[in-house]
Design a protein around this ligand. Structure first.
Ligand code: URA
Length: 441
């Protein structure tokens, strides 16, 4: 049968259900240049209005995954697992989760992203380590995963290229905000990493991509159903982003926070809960445990006995960073020139935080990008961030700011102060709002 892209677009425009073959042909044509960018834009808009059922979403995800290379880990003797977070502020979970899982005997080839808008990105955090290669050659990447168990690196051009181009088209045609397209976009990249199991951290609240629990649940259910439909054991936790997860926000500051966490020097309580619950769910999905409780206590043990810290140090060294990074972090992470408290306007209890505002204050310091080509200042950001329910006042600041210069320090301090509400009723939301696991788990 002759395949005509305009017919596929018209069928979706008119609310019909596309067959997997039609979707495969369309995406293959897009990847090979026989489907034009205007046609892809029209397709995205048709999906935006008419949406896709689960079978169509699975076909779209698989077609986008197969637009490039799919990694093959059949030479490894254990399950291959990864985590994806929909993005937040002070969300440095990956830095602990990958080495904990590696210490538990699964393999974690983690392909991570850079900061987007107000949210931080794992790769930008690793760029604060001198020498660490976020884009190593394939042989180094594979050897690190095989020998150590985890490697956190950046997206390569070879993985799911159709998503990169389609995302750029969606970005300028008002078609990003559609659950079917978001599902296929997120999963095509993760599934191209050749995973056996995937745990998703779908954030909800003022610093999340999905602001309401209903929207977050809808996305989580779509991601879990489609990923399992595409053959990868997948579950999701819906976790709170109504305040930063760690008490630090900013690249080197979150790296410090993670190393202190792994070394047992200081662990933010909410961060520990979310990290260990995600690790436990990942191990159950990977078939290493049948009970979440047993998986969690194994992860606690590997964190508390230093095994996860050791894995982290080995990964940093294998990917070009200093061999003694964990022990001598201060020698490698250069502090910002200005470090000072951000004092609250009045004494009170933190009742709510506009987490997006905290993320934008980090961007104002230069810790995130305003334009895709911007260089990130790794040293800047906040630490000692106060959380909801905590008292602030003349002697207890909202946070400590790390800035490059006085102008950005003043602007970021103003933004942070505005993001903190000290007036209303304390807004408490559950840290882990829901767990969505595939049937039977
Ligand atoms: N993140 C992605 O990778 N894709 C989307 O469509 C939205 C968020």
């Amino acid at each position: 049968m002759v395949f005509l892209p305009q017919e596929v677009i018209a069928r979706k425009r008119d609310g019909e259900i596309l067959s997997p073959e039609e979707i495969r042909h369309f995406i293959r044509g897009f990847a090979h240049g026989t489907v034009s960018h205007p046609q892809a834009a029209a397709f995205a808009m048709a999906v935006y209005f008419q949406d896709m059922n689960i079978e169509e979403r699975v076909a779209l995800t698989e077609a986008m995954r197969d637009s490039g290379k799919v990694l093959d880990w059949s030479d490894l003797d254990g399950p291959v697992v990864d985590k994806h977070s929909t993005g937040g502020v002070g969300d440095n979970v990956s830095l602990m989760l990958a080495p904990i899982l590696a210490a538990a005997g699964v393999y974690v080839p983690m392909i991570s992203g850079r900061g987007l808008g107000h949210t931080g990105g794992t790769l930008d955090k690793f760029d604060s380590i001198p020498g660490y290669m976020t884009n190593p050659d394939n042989a180094v990447f594979r050897k690190t995963v095989r020998d150590i168990g985890c490697a956190i690196i950046g997206q390569t051009d070879e993985l799911a290229p159709a998503d990169r181009t389609l995302y750029a088209i969606r970005d300028v045609t008002a078609t990003v905000e559609n659950i079917s397209l978001i599902t296929a976009s997120i999963l095509s990249k993760k599934l191209a990493a050749g995973l056996d199991a995937l745990i998703l951290d779908v954030k909800t609240g003022s610093g999340a991509f999905m602001k309401t629990p209903r929207q977050s649940r809808e996305l989580a259910e779509s991601l879990v159903t489609v990923a399992n439909g595409a053959g990868v054991k997948t579950g999701a936790l819906i976790t709170d982003m109504n305040e930063p997860l760690a008490s630090a926000a900013g690249n080197a500051l979150e790296m410090r926070n993670a190393v202190d966490f792994l070394a047992g020097v200081n662990q933010d309580e909410r961060l520990r809960e979310v990290t260990l619950d995600l690790c436990a769910a990942a191990l159950v999905l990977a078939g290493k445990h049948t009970s979440l409780d047993a998986a969690r206590s194994q992860c606690e043990g590997l964190l508390d006995n230093g095994a996860a810290a050791e894995k982290f140090g080995q990964m940093v060294k294998a990917l070009g960073g200093p061999a003694d990074f964990i022990e001598k972090m201060d020698a490698y992470l250069t502090p910002a020139p200005i470090i000072r408290d951000v004092v609250a306007r009045k004494a009170g209890t933190v009742s709510a935080i506009n987490t997006r505002g905290v993320g934008m204050a980090v961007v104002a310091l230069g810790g995130g990008r305003r334009m895709p080509t911007d260089k990130v200042d790794h040293a800047v950001g906040f630490d000692q961030l106060m959380g909801i329910g905590e008292q602030v006042g003349p002697d207890t600041p909202l946070a400590r700011i790390h800035a490059r210069d006085e102008t950005s320090a003043a602007e970021a301090a103003r933004r942070l102060t505005e993001a903190y509400d000290l007036q209303g009723e304390v807004q408490s939301t559950p840290l882990i709002a829901d767990r969505i696991m595939p049937e039977g788990q």
